[in-house]
Ligand binder design. Structure first.
Ligand code: CUA
Length: 307
């Protein structure tokens, strides 16, 4: 279970708190059920017994158990505050390293310092504490990254902040965890944690415009992309397309999935997606453009050059 396999200091803090709470709850449950079982047997009614002695009020005992409960709750409260401060210190004046914007049903990922924009994959340097600002473009979404221990609502008009600090290089899977409409289940996310040099190289690549195809099907696809309605929603650096309605496609070919995780990013899947997005992800805002097979093939050839 990802909860028991923390991959960040924040996740480890939250896990320790969870174990302390579990232990305290287990001890209380053992005491209460044990006493109930003991008393049920020890003081059961026997034949010939009369009405037992009645007692009303034991101030000392009552004060003791009230204080004991108060002590337990206060202890857990203080531990919770400590964990919250460790895992989620207020961002203060620091500006976010990454801005993640939830859309129905995909994730926009922006790097304010560099200006890079991508989708559905958050690249981060390993071991570094990165501050994420979470926003929504439409309804409430929820960023959930189990192994990184982070789960936070994305609320329209009210940015939230989380810190992410993956301990080891690798890919950490996540999902939207707040029901947000038809394709909530296919609002998947991945965090790609990279060593600093790899992350820097990735960041620089994100800013570069893809090389425009010189000829063939890819060049035909590039023209088609501009002449169809694609630029009304999508952006590709270095072309006229700059809309921010759908995912930025500048480096689409480098991403691992399509449609926020609904398909692996392969030629066959991209073909199926462009031929009829509504069959792949019903309700998605990507319309069926009624393209011919030849047009789909040209667009796919073009998309494969976007790296
Ligand atoms: Cu976005 Cu559920």
């Amino acid at each position: 279970m990802p909860t028991f396999n923390p991959a960040s200091p924040q996740a480890a803090d939250i896990q320790s708190l969870f174990f302390v709470m579990l232990l305290v709850a287990a001890v209380i449950m053992a005491i209460v059920t044990g006493l109930v079982a003991y008393i049920t047997v020890r003081f059961r009614a026997r034949p010939g017994d009369g009405e037992p002695h009645q007692e009303f009020g034991r101030p000392r005992l009552e004060i003791a158990w009230t204080l004991a409960s108060l002590a337990v709750v206060t202890g857990l409260f203080l531990l919770t505050i400590r964990t919250m401060r460790a895992a989620d210190p207020p961002p203060g004046a620091r500006s976010p390293d990454v801005v993640v914007i939830g859309h129905q049903w995909w994730w926009e990922v922006r790097y304010p310092a560099s200006g890079a924009v991508t989708a559905n994959e958050i690249h981060l340097p390993v071991g570094v504490r990165s501050l994420l600002r979470l926003q929504s473009a439409d309804v409430i979404h929820d960023l959930w990254l189990p192994r990184l221990g982070r789960k936070m609502d994305m609320i329209p008009g009210h940015p939230n902040y989380v810190w992410l600090q993956p301990r080891a290089a690798g890919t950490y899977l996540g999902a939207c965890s707040e029901y947000c409409g038809a394709q909530h289940a296919w609002m998947r996310l991945r965090v790609v944690a990279q060593p600093a040099d790899e992350f820097d190289a990735w960041s620089r690549r994100q800013l570069a415009a893809p090389v425009a195809p010189a000829g063939g099907a890819a060049a035909a696809g590039a023209r088609l992309f501009q002449n169809l309605t694609c630029p009304n929603c999508h952006a590709i650096t270095g072309t006229g397309a700059a809309a921010r309605i759908g995912p930025d496609l500048t480096h689409l070919a480098e991403r691992e999935t399509l449609g926020a995780g609904v398909l692996d990013n392969t030629r066959a899947n991209l073909t199926a997606w462009l031929a009829d997005p509504q069959r792949v992800k019903p309700g998605s805002y990507m319309p069926n453009l009624q393209l011919s097979d030849a047009q789909v093939a040209e667009l796919v050839a073009y998309m494969e050059t976007l790296r």
